[in-house]
Ligand binder design. Sequence first.
Ligand code: GTP
Ligand code: MG
Length: 349
Amino acid sequence: MSEAIEVDIADLPGVGPATKAKLEAGGVTTILDLAASTMGELVDSLNIADETAHNLIFEAQKLLKEKGYLEKDLVSAQELFERRSKLLKCTTYSENLDNLLAGGIETQAVTEFYGEFGSGKTQICHTICVSAQRPVENKGLAGSVLYVDTESTFRPERIVQIAKAHEMDVDEVLNHIHVAKVYNSSHLELIVKALGTLIQQNNIKLVIVDSIISLHRAEFVGRGTLAERQQKLNGIMHRLKRVAEIYNIAVVITNQVQATPDTFFGDPTKAAGGNIIGHASTYRIYLRKAGQERKAIMIDSPCHPYGDTNFMVTDGGVTDPAEKKTTSFKSKPTEKKVGKNTSKDDDSE
Ligand code: GTP
Ligand code: MG
């Protein structure tokens, strides 16, 4: 699904050489890039009229629908079922966690891991950098990884340890991980905008953003800046979601927690970033320390039952605890104050 499309952007109705040059100058080089753009982005970066931007995106999406890259406007449930059965699922190297995720980390979706410091978010990210490179028949994605590191916590040494533990060729594994070190929120926005090109040029099958919110949280301080911050995060999240669908890749983001001091029962923490991140994430998993182990709780998913399970972080990356606990599914989340739509003041920090 993510192989290059043979159609040149200039072949779209209404795109002459001048528009093509403008688009390219604005970083939109392929039909896929154009289809993944929003009207606001095109209007801002290319200085064109709303209607022109709308038509360009419409024509690009129409073409992708005709070619089967994007879902048609109306599809039968049967077609959707077949399409979903072709999704790829990437192992986390923990059977427990894979079961919680109904097979592993899915392509065409955004999977969010959130939890307090040391809960294992970055360790999961490092582990899937390795497992994603396995062949599809071995529960990998058979492709490269883009690691967007906003907290400077990516450690190639950990990759070496994890790759060795799984008897993979260490040099090969390292060569297929592309790390983008990002130092401010505008830089993150730029990288996310350029994802289409990066994915196509490097056969990327997994994009990791660790973490999605730290830079925005640090730069947009105080209530007065909240609306602008949320708008920017919204743009990033929607782009990630569209990119996951269009390129059939997995997107994994990590998120921090914030305290909710008004909580009397249950866990007094919830995901940072408010509804914007919660709504745009397809799957949302809460991580927390549980002695030597880690607990993972499925907080939000359109198709998984609520459930929880345990995993471990070891020298070899994420793995199952020695005494394997089966994943337990419940009808309701156990964390009353965790997840989206649980707080009256959800977007506040
Ligand atoms: P923040 O980014 O600070 O919010 O936390 P995080 O959730 O990303 O934490 P991370 O995934 O980095 O987990 C850190 C924990 O993983 C450490 O406290 C250790 O318990 C464990 N860990 C990290 N590296 C190793 C290692 O090489 N060996 C073992 N056994 N455990 C490790
Ligand atoms: Mg981390």
